[in-house]
Design a protein around this ligand. Structure first.
Ligand SMILES: C[S@@+](CC[C@H](N)C(=O)[O-])C[C@H]1O[C@@H](n2cnc3c(N)ncnc32)[C@H](O)[C@@H]1O
Length: 196
């Protein structure tokens, strides 16, 4: 069975355009078969992004982990003038992200294939992620707890997770070492902020 996070070269391409409006900005994203939420921008991703933008509007150095076609990272870079790197294990997602980046002259950053933080050498002020859930708890925690090896001393992790995906048990695990806050909730989705 093909999951959106697997690299499946046999999957036919069928690109679609998705529109996203925020304040006076209008964005257009190409999506395709084989990537997460190919037909519409995901509700949890939108809630995470908009909650982030309500909390942070300064230009920062940001890493978007599991970027898909680049929705979260591109919007953050354009709106907050931030430097944003975007990573995903899925080659097609990164190919789409690179095509989407080209539409925004003010975008500043890079996109590349990485299994969690395997290719990450830099440190960031912010790591933001709508993390993959179906990969299992071990990989999920590698992404969430691993963030702190790639954040500056005062860096912050923002992520979205649904209550029925184990939001509260993940929060509890992170609380063993960090200050964890639920900063927004909607339709069973929790937006969680974790301080380094
Ligand atoms: C829930 S989707 C979010 C996609 C995108 N950020 C969005 O909002 O539309 C999670 C993403 O994580 C990626 N992913 C899965 N396993 C990964 C891993 N080990 N390392 C990096 N990315 C991974 C998937 O390919 C997918 O694009």
């Amino acid at each position: 069975m093909s999951h959106y996070f697997t690299n499946d070269n046999n999957l036919v391409s069928e690109t679609r355009k998705l529109i996203y409006k925020y304040s006076s900005f209008s964005f257009e994203f190409l999506s395709d078969n084989g990537v997460f939420s190919k037909k519409h921008i995901d509700f949890g991703s939108k809630l995470l992004l908009e909650t982030y933008l309500n909390n942070e509007n300064r230009p920062l150095k940001v890493l978007d982990v599991g970027c898909g076609y680049g929705f979260i990272g591109i919007v953050i870079s354009v709106i907050t003038n931030s430097y944003v790197d975007m990573i995903d294990i899925n080659k097609r997602a990164i190919h789409l992200t690179k095509r989407n980046i080209k539409k925004y002259k003010s975008f500043n950053g890079n996109a590349y294939v990485s299994d969690a933080y395997s290719e990450i050498k830099n440190k960031y002020n912010v790591i933001i992620t709508n993390p993959p859930i179906r990969v299992g708890k071990i990989k999920l925690l590698e992404i969430l707890e691993g963030a702190f090896d790639h954040l500056e001393k005062d860096g912050v992790l923002y992520f979205v997770i649904r209550k029925d995906q184990g939001a509260l048990s993940i929060k509890k695990i992170l609380e063993e070492k960090h200050k964890v806050e639920i900063i927004n909730k909607d339709k069973g989705y929790f937006i969680i902020k974790v301080n380094n």
